[in-house]
Design a protein around this ligand. Structure first.
Ligand SMILES: [Fe+2]
Length: 380
């Protein structure tokens, strides 16, 4: 839920009609049954008009239990493959979330809808547009792109685009503590309502030749065959829709002493929090140690995606690396990093952190790109 948006044409009152001879078909698009955030969408055709359904198996989704220890996955070694859907390589997961990398090498051949998970994409490289029933949402490098579960969409993207993706069974939200009692982003929060970009609904703009929808049910797809264009929406209003936020519009919070990761929180869910580490001035106490201290995250697993810049507290990490620091084991700066950091005034790092509240496991694909010596990076 973000803020109220109204686009296109619709009756003056909900659940009424404009012209009896040209009825619009109203769809309530909402979470938590009829109690959560929702939008009202006005189709020119009946959205239930599906010709037939067929099941489509996903490729290897076999997943193994996690192994012990902190891990480093060299995700930058993954080669482009597939389209926006088949390019998804899940690396880290639990029952509530899936985290992975996408490097699509060809255009998508169907429309898409996720039946069970909210989706958040971090655009590591590239540009493009999410065309959905809500309209067109352009994205660029450094964007977070949020797509509510249930949204029918078609992704367009430049060759060479790369994404970190997060799929969440629970709603992906703006952290509640960033909102005042009226639902507005508070003064002092790292971004503002104006920074959130919403889709633009053109008068008529479909994806010619594309009407089938691949619906993702987590462990398999169902292909929805349609003979009419699902992009027939003439208007919508409400609070639930895709949106984008660029990291350049996020103002990192800094302090006299080292700030803990929650001050860099960007989005939250029941089973995770997501933060963004951004270029920023370091702490201004004359004797400040400007990087992380050793820490025991005793009830979370920490996943970090390193997007760009130099990463002050980590050795052996490159752009496109993903680390998993597990609960139960202490972690922190590698030997020599504290000494190197003292006196540094700023960082140019860009990294995405996801703290998973339930223990995570890794996939066979992740172990193919695992740096098996990562635990040794703390050896002196
Ligand atoms: Fe950490």
């Amino acid at each position: 839920m973000v803020y109220y948006v109204k686009q296109g044409i619709m009756p003056d009152s909900r659940h009424t009609y404009m012209e009896k001879d040209h009825l619009l078909r109203e769809e309530l698009f909402g979470e938590e049954s009829f109690e959560g955030p929702y939008s009202l969408i006005y189709h020119s055709e009946e959205p239930t008009d599906v010709v037939s359904l067929s099941r489509v198996e996903k490729k290897n989704v076999a997943r193994d239990a996690s192994e012990d220890g902190h891990r480093h996955f060299k995700a930058f070694e993954l080669k482009p493959s597939g389209d926006f859907y088949s390019a998804r390589i899940p690396l880290i997961f639990n029952d509530r979330i899936v985290i992975g990398i996408m490097k699509p090498e060809k255009d998508a051949s169907t429309l898409f809808r996720h039946a069970v998970s909210e989706q958040l994409f971090y655009v590591h490289k590239g540009t493009g547009s999410i065309k959905s029933i809500f309209g067109n949402l352009h994205f660029r490098k450094g964007d977070y792109v949020y797509i509510p579960k249930g949204t029918t969409y078609y992704p367009e993207y430049a060759r060479g685009s790369e994404f970190l993706f997060l799929e969440s069974r629970d709603r992906i939200s703006i952290p509640q503590r960033y909102l005042n009692a009226y639902g507005q982003l508070r003064e002092g929060s790292p971004y503002y309502t104006r920074d959130i970009r919403v889709p633009y609904l053109p008068y008529f703009d479909s994806v010619p030749g594309y009407s089938d929808v691949m619906v993702d049910f987590g462990d398999h797809y169902v292909l929805e065959h349609r003979d009419k264009d699902p992009f027939d929406v003439v208007g919508w209003d409400g609070y639930l829709y895709p949106f984008a936020l660029n990291i350049e519009n996020i103002a990192p919070i800094v302090g006299k002493l080292h700030m803990p990761p929650p001050v860099h929180e960007t989005f939250s869910g029941k089973s995770f929090m997501l933060g963004t580490f951004l270029p920023r001035k370091f702490d201004f106490h004359p004797k400040a140690i400007p990087i992380s201290y050793y820490h025991s995250n005793i009830d979370t697993d920490e996943i970090l995606f390193y997007s760009s810049g130099s990463f002050m507290s980590r050795k052996g990490i490159s752009e496109g690396s993903i680390t998993v620091h597990v609960r139960g084991l202490i972690h922190g700066p590698q030997p020599g990093m504290v000494e190197n950091a003292i006196g540094k005034e700023e960082t140019d790092e860009v990294a995405v952190m996801i703290e998973a509240y339930d223990p995570v496991k890794t996939t066979p694909e992740a172990r193919l790109i695992q740096d098996t010596h990562y635990m040794e990076s703390w050896h002196r």
